[in-house]
Design a protein around this ligand. Structure first.
Ligand code: ZN
Length: 511
């Protein structure tokens, strides 16, 4: 962070920062409760946990909408000296955005959404396990009803739709129409590429995927790799959960989870790299300096996802990475891996296989999973699709888009945690992040011409420093689109992602 952002230049700004720090402390308490619910809480703790989360959310919302924040904000905005500092002006712009949004929501609705999300999560876990959509359906209906209520409170932007204010929560400034404008051409470009790969004569050696590796060793190896790429375990933890996630709980406390199974060792490593990528962003935000202020927070979920996807895909599915990681893996796993070559594992982690589960999807088909979710959640928010009809529509799309027959809702519309937890409007950020990652990667390769040699030596410092300096250190100083322009000179597009896939997969498949 540059020093211009650090001084406390006015009494009003000081008091504003102090109020926001208190609200952020409540946010941190709520996040700790959620983390606990997702990782170690026993099932019967669910209903009281919902009460706890609803109460903390209420207190948090009361703090965030305190009229004193409005007064101080207005005072700061009219202080020309203060606003001449670019970083502080950006900070005030984002505080204004947050305040305007928060004050549009009644506290009762915020509490109701928090309580429902916590309760629905427990029902979803059971419904998913039993593949019982009927059990989850009333909760899903309630979540979409509450989301629509929330969107109405925020208000529909001119020329926009009810989905927009929901999306805006995760990707500030984005609209459904814009997403459509990005997804449409991407889909059109992906379809022939995918067809070409699926028709390729060369088959990928299945032996690496058939390996069964002990869970304890997998956990140790994941931890080793996370630490090696820069995850600071003095300021973080790695645990396990059904749905891997990252929670930046507080300054000095970033938690990630992964999931392990004996026969999917490389998936587990990919999942750890993904979450560690999120965590490196959280650990790189200047939280000690600006806790509670936008300058210490992530820009949005698209950029957050760009960090996780980059470590998972651009790094973790590259040949240089595996030329370092395979010998290391052999140290951990012993004779089981001895016969394996870098070529075999590299081809294996890049195998394109249309499948049912988003989080297990390869890089080429992954975005088709996201597009499906964007289309159906948008239709449900608009009221064009009834929740009751979701399984049928989902299964139809899986057949059409990915050629997959969905055997049960557990492998279909019940697979993701997001809607249960109230995250409606979130899914598009996965594809935005994937596209940002590929576009940033081209800029990084220019900035660090010998990047491959670094990766092949297991040295990730130069890459992490670039990310820290150019992205992490700035918090919400720029919006995602502006950051993209600054770093790459172009608005977001799908060209770099297609180049990334083509350059890698064409030689692997011999096409
Ligand atoms: Zn992610």
């Amino acid at each position: 962070m540059t020093t211009e952002a650090s001084p406390r230049p006015s009494a009003a700004y000081d008091e504003l920062a102090s109020l926001l720090r208190t609200a952020a402390t409540l946010t941190s308490i709520r996040a700790t409760l959620s983390w606990d619910q997702e990782t170690v809480m026993p099932p019967r703790g669910g209903s009281f946990r919902a009460e706890e989360i609803a109460l903390v959310s209420t207190l948090e919302h009361e703090r965030l909408t305190d009229p004193r924040i409005g007064e101080l904000l207005a005072a700061c905005e009219s202080d020309r000296g203060l606003c001449s500092n670019e970083a502080i002006a950006a900070d005030l712009r984002e505080i204004r955005r947050d305040f305007e949004r928060a004050t549009k929501l009644p506290t009762e609705l915020v509490a109701e959404i928090a309580r429902t999300s916590s309760e629905a999560l427990e029902v979803w876990k059971e419904a998913r396990q039993r593949s019982d959509f009927a059990l989850f359906r009333p909760w899903l209906e309630k979540q979409f009803r509450l989301a629509a209520d929330k969107a109405r409170c925020y208000g529909i932007p001119e020329g926009g739709e009810l989905y927009d204010p929901l999306l805006d929560e995760y990707e500030p400034g984005a609209s459904a129409r814009e997403i459509e404008g990005i997804f449409g051409p991407l889909r059109a470009a992906l379809a022939p590429f995918l067809a070409e790969i699926l028709a390729a004569p060369r088959a990928i050696d299945p032996s690496p995927r058939a390996l069964r590796l002990p869970l304890a060793r997998q956990r140790e190896f994941s931890r080793f790799v996370a630490e090696r790429i820069g995850f600071d375990f003095r300021a973080g933890r790695l645990d396990e959960s059904t749905h891997p996630f990252t929670e930046g709980l507080a300054p000095g406390d970033t938690r990630i989870t992964s999931r392990f199974s004996e026969d999917h060792a490389t998936d587990a490593l990919g999942s750890t790299l993904h979450e560690a990528g999120h965590a490196l962003y959280e650990q790189g935000l200047p939280k000690d300096l600006h806790h509670g202020l936008p300058l210490s927070q992530a820009i949005g979920l698209g950029i957050h996802e760009s960090q996780s996807r980059m470590w998972e895909n651009q790094v973790g599915r590259s040949r240089p990475f595996w030329s370092w990681a395979l010998p290391e893996a052999k140290r951990f796993f012993g004779p089981a891996l001895e016969p394996l070559s870098v070529d075999q594992i590299y081809a294996s982690v890049n195998q394109v296989r249309p499948s049912l589960i988003r989080v297990e999807a390869d890089e080429t088909t992954y975005n088709l999973h996201v597009m499906l979710r964007f289309d159906v959640e948008r239709a449900m928010v608009r009221g064009d699709l009834r929740v009751a009809d979701l399984p049928a529509v989902w299964n139809e799309r899986m057949r059409g888009d990915l050629g997959q027959e969905v055997p049960d809702d557990r492998s279909g519309c019940l697979q993701d945690i997001h809607w249960a937890g109230g995250a409606i409007g979130y899914f598009p950020t996965y594809t935005l992040g994937t596209l940002y990652a590929a576009q940033f990667w081209e800029a990084i390769r220019q900035a660090i011409p010998d990047l491959d040699e670094h990766l092949a030596r297991g040295e990730f410092g130069a890459l992490l420093s670039w990310l820290r300096e150019n992205i992490h250190a700035h918090g919400r100083r720029w919006r995602a689109g502006e950051l993209c322009l600054r770093l790459t000179g172009r608005p977001l597009g799908h060209g770099p992602m297609l180049r990334h896939l083509g350059t890698k997969l064409r030689p692997i498949y011999g096409i």
